[in-house]
Design a binder for this molecule. Structure first.
Ligand code: HEC
Ligand code: HEC
Length: 210
């Protein structure tokens, strides 16, 4: 008699566990890459690729071309591009599959539009972006980064919406040769021909593109 009751109890308990398991809301499966974005990259780039840090050295990654992201991660890992923060972080993207997943995750996020704040620079910036400066041998940025700054797959990164301070910093690094991972010296040759005023102007213009 006692035994039967115990069995009945066990059976009932078993039933209710099953019922509980079935009632629990199914977890939305995470996209590949999302986990890494939320656990590691989030600290500096935001999980959705919009850098939340007040420090403008951390670039937005939202809407950046996937192939460009993969190339940069490989370059950081191999020491072709160097940064005290990012070089150590690139190692967290361990495998080629991780590289593809994290790149696909950030590429599909939506960029929050940015705005040019130095209106005094925008006219000169627009001129360089659209037409370049023939006298100085500067080609139009639009030729490679697109008229709207969205970039062109696979090589040419998006600049539209990027933080102006980050754009300025990268142009300065290309100009000094500190960043030298651009294929065929493309960006180093151009940046060398930009004086400080033009460099600031074109960065200001690029950030406001959408
Ligand atoms: C501790 C802060 C930090 C963390 C965490 C971090 N990064 Fe970065 N990342 C940076 C900085 C700083 C730069 C800009 C480096 C420079 O100025 O050249 C950067 C640049 C990049 C770039 C190049 C962007 C461009 O427009 O060229 C990519 C891609 C990138 N990070 C991916 C990642 C991924 C993926 C993760 C997560 C695995 C990650 N980062 C985690 C600090 C960080
Ligand atoms: C001939 C093609 C070409 C032209 C013209 C060009 N770029 Fe680039 N740019 C590139 C390539 C390629 C890269 C990516 C290099 C790499 O792989 O790291 C790049 C990268 C950049 C970056 C770094 C972006 C990031 O997310 O780190 C900035 C900033 C930039 N270009 C600004 C400009 C500006 C401003 C102009 C116009 C004065 C310009 N570029 C004209 C080819 C070009």
């Amino acid at each position: 008699m006692i035994r039967t009751t115990a069995l009945a109890l066990l059976v009932t308990a078993g039933f209710s566990f099953n019922a509980l398991a079935q009632e629990a809301a199914p977890e939305t499966p995470k996209a590949p890459g999302q986990e890494l974005a939320e656990s590691v990259c989030v600290a500096c780039h935001g999980a959705d690729g919009t850098s939340v840090s007040k420090d403008p050295i951390y670039p937005h990654l939202a809407g950046q071309g996937a192939d460009y992201i993969i190339k940069q991660i490989k370059d950081f890992k191999a020491g072709r591009r160097n940064d005290p923060f990012m070089s150590a972080m690139a190692v967290a993207v361990a495998t080629e599959e991780d590289e593809r997943n994290i790149a696909a995750w950030y590429a599909k996020q939506i960029v929050k539009p940015s705005q040019a704040t130095r209106v005094d620079l925008v006219d000169r910036g627009r001129q360089i972006w659209r037409a370049g400066d023939a006298a100085k041998g500067v080609p139009a940025c639009a030729g490679c980064h697109g008229a709207s700054g969205r970039g062109l797959p696979a090589q040419y990164p998006r600049l539209a919406g990027q933080m102006p301070e980050y754009i300025i910093a990268q142009l300065q690094k290309f100009r000094s040769g500190e960043r030298a991972n651009d294929p065929e010296n493309m960006m180093r040759t151009i940046a060398e021909r930009l004086n400080d005023h033009d460099l600031n102007a074109v960065s200001e213009y690029a950030t406001g593109l959408r």
